[in-house]
Design a protein. Structure first.
Length: 249
């Protein structure tokens, strides 16, 4: 059994890869990710593959434990090329590993198509992938929650409560004003990214992923329908990063 692990800013997710098939995703807080947890849940693994965007010490602890238990360990990093995927970055290791892996995952699931990928988590990232595997670059915006916190932290007179329902409606109170503006700003970036990408060729597929990806997918589908934006297929794929990790297995 091969174990695929994604260490995020606050939570760690992992999945088993058995006979080429991914298991359901398990998750825990980074505080609970420890040698005790490894021994309880990871001892049956023959190989562990890790992506880490947050806490190097967690990777170090896991690597030491794997060495002691004779389990093959690999931490993946962004690179110039993997399979037919080629990075747009002149310094490829500076591309976030999460972005690199969702590019790999998208190419794995939808090969040989022009794809726009939106990963809506702590940050909302946009990346364009050509059908030949060439990464065309992208954008990074603060995520929905970060946008919300930003306006409150920079203003002493704006008081609002975070909401979970995505809406583009004009608000009639400050809480709705701030929350809905965060969704509107993010969706505006995505629709602009579609227009920008279409200058480089027809977009055959749009994939959204990440914690806010499902809500953004629903908003985007409405926008595409109302504005007649010519995109063949829009879909939400949960945990797309694990399909990228699978390419290193």
């Amino acid at each position: 059994m091969i174990l695929l692990i994604d260490i995020g800013n606050s939570r760690t997710k992992y999945a088993q890869l058995i006979d080429g098939k991914l298991s359901a995703i398990s998750q825990l807080s980074n505080k609970g990710f420890s040698v005790t947890y490894f021994a309880k849940y990871f001892s049956e693994a023959s190989k562990i593959i890790v992506a880490n965007v947050a806490t190097p010490s967690l990777t170090s602890e896991l690597a030491v434990w794997c060495s002691r238990e004779n389990i093959c360990f690999k931490q993946v990093h962004s690179e110039q090329q993997k399979n037919t995927l080629k990075s747009a970055y002149q310094q490829p290791t500076t591309l976030g590993i999460d972005r690199w892996l969702v590019l790999l995952g998208a190419m794995h699931l939808v090969p040989k198509q022009n794809i726009l990928i939106i990963d809506a988590g702590t940050a909302t990232t946009v990346d364009l992938l050509s059908s030949n595997g060439q990464h065309q670059g992208g954008w990074i915006l603060a995520g929905i929650k970060a946008l919300f916190k930003s306006i409150l932290s920079h203003s002493t007179l704006v008081h609002a409560e975070s909401q979970t329902v995505a809406s583009l409606a004009f608000g009639t109170n400050t809480t709705d004003n701030v929350n809905n503006a965060c969704w509107a700003a993010t969706l505006g970036m995505i629709t602009q990214a579609i227009r920008q990408a279409q200058h480089l060729g027809d977009i055959e597929h749009i994939i959204l992923t990440g914690g806010d990806g499902q809500a953004l997918t629903e908003l985007l589908l409405t926008q595409v329908s109302e504005k007649n934006i010519p995109v063949a297929n829009i879909q939400f794929i949960d945990n797309l990063i694990f399909y990228g990790l699978q390419e290193y297995a």
